[in-house]
Design a protein around this ligand. Sequence first.
Ligand code: SF4
Ligand code: SF4
Length: 334
Amino acid sequence: MQRARYLTELENCQLCEWHCGVNRLVGEVGMCQLGLPQVASRALHPAPPSSYTLFMAGCNFKCLHCQNWDIAHWPHSDAVIDGRVDPADLARESITALNSLQASLIRADRLFFSGGCPTCSLPYIEEVVARARALQPGTLVNFDTNGFMTPDSLARVLEFADSITYDIRAVSDDVHRALTGAPAAPMLRNAEVLAAHREKLWEFRVLIVPRINEGELEAICRFLAGLDAALPVCFLAFRPNFVLENHPGASLDLMRQALAIARDCGLTNADWAGRPGLPGRAGSSSHDGLLGCGVAVAQWYARRAGCQTIPRDCGTCPQTNDCPVKQYQPLRRT
Ligand code: SF4
Ligand code: SF4
């Protein structure tokens, strides 16, 4: 049987900045541990931009704070996912969903590819989008990303996406690595490219994790204001999840403080969202002595989850293919 064209480049996967070069078609896995693209779930979703959201399984990051850890770390999690879906079927179904009464009630106007990390499924997504637009020309598409894609992958996303939601967790490399396991530079480079295509940017999203990246806020705001002071920026309140399941959520004060910092840095289009004030739980206080050093606090949690590589650097870590963080099973979800 002839192989679908969109699978071909998975023979030597170079989709993201890890450049694993593995053949995902024969069971080799890279940093994302993903073989063939898999749909984790899909549903109409009212969060802006309201959409038919398609969550793709797998992720190339190992974020301690991950909210979607079960699908991001599939197949190491016990998440029940939708699995492989033929792109033509998914396109048909997506168009039907977007044209439904329920979609009009929540004003869903686009497909929204999220994850996990949709970059790991980029060729598949391109195929779904092409087929959806063949059925309904002009179908809008959002791409949700951690920014860790190659310049070529970003160019491809800019080609088909109408809007992009883009996460920035830190600008300092050590804080970024401590939180995500990945270097900051590719994400910063791509943020600059995206800022130059502002018409494609829905917003930069900055998750605020108290004690860990709150010290980064001013640097993040200065970086973004330096690109364009009018860029849309949304601060998201951290909620206790995954390896940080016992860590306290971002307070309302902290979110307001973020807005004040953004203003002081000259950003004119910043807002915040999420549910602030969720408490931490017993077991998270032993890092109190590390207060003031976000990297050390993150490292403390990573170590408790089994990561012995200090500083955390998934790209050179010998445990990459048997990563305890990827296999971490939290007891709490908020
Ligand atoms: S981590 Fe990136 S380069 Fe490596 S296999 Fe996954 S998508 Fe490909
Ligand atoms: S154990 Fe290695 S691969 Fe896993 S999070 Fe730590 S540094 Fe990254």
